[in-house]
Write a protein that binds this ligand. Structure first.
Ligand code: HSE
Length: 403
């Protein structure tokens, strides 16, 4: 009988236990063996839970119990998750995690320990919630050279942007609903400032291009500066604003960024709304492949966790399939050299705009105050764009992308 320990009984942890027990019979058939959740680690008390007898407040109970085969880490953060996951792997236990912060910061190291100990370290739920993306990227698409990945990778911000675009709802109200629905991180700053998307694109980039990308080294921008005015201007040309994480590889160098982007209303990512995520993977053999589904929430994320548990229970040494090298940062293209078109909203005359940016495409909105212009530039690199912007009164700018 397989014994499982679940670290954390929050949104994803409780969903994981729920699926493990609601679908026990069918999952046991898939594994070919029975299982039980032996421990649930949480500092809080759950006296009325049907699993009350399984709770412990001591990680030592788990790591020192030789019967525990699989540890599920759904604590979030790295303060406790990192030492607990590391100790579990070193104790010869397979680990399944939904923790993108952990994988983005320590993935290379933890995969190495798992290989040395011949156990599994799986993290399907760390990117895209319920969407299968880690294993498809690592296995089903492994015949390709991956040229590019671009995605809407954060359910909370996509939910907020959808409410702003479709209902004209204010930012704070939309965020509160996303929190109530259990989509947001404990500290939603990680969602709205883009850190969560950044961690996820770093994980996908490491898998696709084979080298660890540290989140602190890449440009990360969230959605807090997006206004309803920007939404309206973009609407006038049939475009929408989405928070995008993208990474592309050329000649051994990776271009990677997290930022809001103006994208065409007909593009594959434009119609991805609410808590849904979508990830476009461009392979040299497949062309574009798009993965779509619920990117956050209790049961979608728990679904990915439990699928990893099933594979970890069936196969002990599959981590060999999944790995990337730790790395220097010199394979990342410096931000100043990255080029895009830009949407700009400014207090300026058209003559000043054209003197700086040449021919631009102007946008309009109802009730725009006199003196305000909005326009889209030609493709220009970040450094030149910043220099030009220092010469006019820019209210806001957003990159324009073609996905
Ligand atoms: N806070 C994350 C999101 C949870 O909104 O996408 C799933 O990773």
């Amino acid at each position: 009988m397989k014994k499982i320990a679940v670290l954390g009984y929050g949104v994803v942890g409780s969903g994981t236990v729920e699926i493990l027990y609601n679908h026990k019979e069918s999952i046991e058939k898939k594994i070919g063996e029975s299982y039980e959740v032996k421990y649930i680690l949480d500092l809080r008390d759950f006296p009325d839970s049907p699993y009350a007898d399984k709770f412990t407040k001591s990680f030592d109970d788990i790591v020192n119990d030789k019967e525990v085969d699989i540890v599920v880490e759904v604590l979030g953060g790295v303060k406790f998750a990192y030492p607990y996951v590391k100790a579990s792997l070193e104790a010869g236990k397979s680990v399944v995690t939904s923790n993108k912060e952990l994988v983005a910061a320590y993935g290379a190291e933890l995969l190495k320990i798992a290989r040395e100990k011949d156990v599994n370290f799986f993290f399907e739920a760390s990117v895209g919630g319920g969407i299968p993306i880690i294993r498809p990227l690592n296995q089903c698409l492994s015949a390709n050279k991956i040229d590019e990945i671009a995605g809407i990778l954060n359910g909370t911000t996509n939910f907020i942007l959808t409410k702003m675009i479709k209902e004209g709802m204010g930012f704070d109200e939309a965020l509160k609903i996303a929190q109530d629905l259990g989509y947001a991180e404990k500290d939603p700053t990680a969602d709205v400032e883009g850190h969560d998307t950044c961690r996820k694109i770093c994980i996908l980039s490491a898998l696709a291009f084979g080298k660890h990308v540290y989140p602190d080294n890449i440009h990360t921008e969230g959605i807090t500066k997006i206004t309803l005015e920007d939404v309206k201007y973009c609407e006038s040309i049939g475009s929408v604003i989405k928070l995008i994480g993208y990474a592309s590889e050329k000649d051994g160098k990776v271009t990677i960024m997290t930022c809001p982007a103006v994208i065409d209303g007909d593009s594959q990512l434009a119609g991805v709304n609410d808590v849904f995520n979508a990830i476009l993977v461009r392979g040299d053999a497949t062309g574009d492949v798009v993965f779509y589904g619920k990117g956050a929430g209790k049961l979608p994320t728990a679904s990915a966790v439990v699928s990893d548990v099933i594979i970890a229970a069936k196969e002990k040494s599959t981590t060999r399939m999944m790995s990337w090298e730790d790395s220097e940062q010199n394979f990342i293209v410096p931000e100043s050299e990255i080029s895009n078109s830009f949407y700009v909203r400014a207090n300026a005359s058209k003559a000043d705009v054209e003197k700086l940016f040449g021919n631009v495409r102007y946008l309009s909105r109802e009730n725009a105050p006199s003196g305000e212009v909005a326009f889209i530039t030609d493709v220009i690199n970040e450094k030149t764009f910043a220099e030009k912007c220092s010469n006019i009164d820019v209210i806001g700018s957003i990159r324009v992308m073609n996905y």
